[in-house]
Design a protein around this ligand. Structure first.
Ligand code: NDP
Length: 290
């Protein structure tokens, strides 16, 4: 039976550590770290992610502000808002919740955030520095994934790691972070042949696809560390017999429990750690200013 990597508990202990630092930071630097979160429109999933980020900022005692902008805001108006936050010295981190409405060019928006305030680590300057092995802001989800693997006590060095998914926000950066820790890394995707065989070689399997229950027990090497990044909302029947929805990951969790050595749950795994790494990145951006 796999042990569960409890992302919620790990997050809480990390956030408590940050909370304990906050007064000291204020005393040393004259103010607390400041995070600005921008949301455009009414996407319910985005609203819930943003609420989680603001709640975590309040928990650790950071200054945060939520900027809610209408769905039909022009690209120029959004860029102007980011420009103002770039020059606001009380703001250390700027996050624009993605996805944005179709009429707004996401690349332009990411590029507009000052490199030193890019707490998501999505700016091309941070991406380049990550791949060059230079100091940078590491994207939150991949950073949290590494912390969760490290929390098992398993040494990443020399292990076979397979990452399913090659997105810029999860798959590619987590592969680079695993490579930095001397794993032998394979990045799999929708065109990978014999995916099952590839996955079965993995001592560490990171799954970031967006398909409920896609990874089945027969794709997992016995004893592997399995990190399930997927967040999928599926229909279910509630206890009272009514129809509802629930969140599941990309891994068939119950079946995987019998095979894996360590596994992250959904919810309560990668999600909370992503938010916690955002707090950490904001504090790092704050400290770099001084
Ligand atoms: P993307 O849609 O950008 O990428 C999905 C990747 O999965 C692609 O590389 C795609 O391959 C690959 N893929 C799709 N189908 C298959 C298949 N049948 N076999 C193998 N590979 C496949 O997704 P994201 O990386 O943005 O997100 C992935 C999941 O993680 C989503 O559920 C998302 O909600 C979740 N997520 C969770 C976060 C958290 O904090 N917990 C943070 C970010 C994302 P190809 O490139 O060939 O199309």
């Amino acid at each position: 039976m796999a042990s569960i990597i409890d992302g919620k508990a790990l997050s809480l202990s990390l956030k408590d550590g940050m909370k304990a630092q906050m007064e000291g930071l204020e005393a040393e630097y004259g103010r607390r770290p400041g995070l600005a979160v921008i949301i455009v429109g009414e996407n319910p999933a985005s609203k819930s992610y943003v609420a989680g980020k603001i709640k975590a900022a309040a928990y650790v005692g950071m200054d945060s502000r939520l900027i809610e902008l209408p769905e039909d805001i022009s690209e120029d108006a959004l860029l102007a808002k980011i420009g103002k936050l770039n020059s606001d010295s009380s703001v250390d981190g700027i996050l624009v919740q993605l996805p944005l409405p179709e009429h707004i060019d996401e690349d332009k928006v990411i590029d507009a955030i000052a490199l030193e305030k890019d707490v998501d680590g999505f700016h091309p300057g941070n991406v380049a520095n990550l791949w060059l092995g230079r100091p940078c802001t590491v994207p939150c989800t991949p950073k949290g994934i590494i912390r969760m693997i490290e929390s098992t006590g398993i040494d990443i060095s020399g292990k076979n790691a397979v990452v399913i998914g090659r997105s810029n926000i999860v798959g590619k950066p987590v592969a680079k972070l695993l490579l930095d820790r001397n794993a032998t890394v394979t990045i799999a995707h929708s065109r990978t042949g014999n995916l099952k065989e590839v996955c079965r070689q993995a001592d560490i399997l990171v799954v970031a696809i967006g398909r409920p229950g896609f990874v089945t027990a027969d794709m997992i090497k016995p004893g592997a560390v399995v990190i399930d990044v997927g967040i999928n909302r599926i229909k279910c029947v509630k206890e009272d017999g009514s129809e509802g929805t629930r969140l599941v990951g990309d891994v068939d969790f119950n079946a995987a429990l019998d095979v894996a050595g360590h596994i992250t749950p959904v919810p309560g795994g990668v999600g909370p750690m992503t938010i916690t790494m955002l707090m950490e990145n904001t504090i790092e951006c704050f400290k770099r200013k001084f």
